[in-house]
Design a protein around this ligand. Structure first.
Ligand code: FES
Length: 158
């Protein structure tokens, strides 16, 4: 993986350059990087600073203010449990408990082997399908706790 830093820098630069909106800010750049890479590596912070004509320190200040950014690579698979109001009313608590159980986690975070990152989401935009989980950005709606646990276990095994 000797070329990973170069790859990360290029991928970050690409994500920053291809933002669809007209107004590009430090925050929009960080969001684009997080979306593309799943985390914000130091190389990306440098690229954001260069693109927005600010300093690395200023970019770190913005990035570290928001809890949504992570600075180390996520697991090979990312399982998100929607915790928005509609999903909450539709049984997200039971879904979450079973997913945590399947992954051996007590909250958000990474499994010890780095295989899965579990995240909570406040709404994935599929409320009509509640309760919803996402596995590697693919929404799975009307999920039962048992099915959610099976998807999580499958992700952990993959
Ligand atoms: S609240 Fe879960 S998809 Fe909207």
């Amino acid at each position: 993986m000797a070329d990973q830093p170069i790859d990360l820098r290029e991928r970050a630069r690409n994500a920053i350059a291809h933002q669809p909106q007209r107004t590009v800010t430090v925050l929009s750049c960080l969001l684009a990087v997080e979306d593309a890479l799943g985390f914000v590596p130091p190389e990306a912070v440098e690229e954001v600073a260069a693109r927005t004509a600010t300093t690395v320190n200023d970019v770190w200040a913005v990035a570290s203010f928001y809890t949504n950014f992570r600075f180390d690579p996520p697991g090979r698979h990312v399982v998100e449990v929607c915790w928005g109001p509609t999903c909450h009313l539709s049984g997200a608590q039971a879904v979450l408990e079973r997913v945590q159980q399947a992954l051996g986690l007590e909250g958000e975070g990474d499994t010890p082997d780095g295989g899965v990152t579990l995240k909570y989401n406040t709404c994935v935009g599929a409320c009509s399908q509640a309760p919803v989980i996402m596995v590697d950005h693919q929404p799975i709606g009307r999920v039962t706790p048992e099915a959610a646990a099976a998807f999580a276990a499958e992700a952990a095994a993959g």
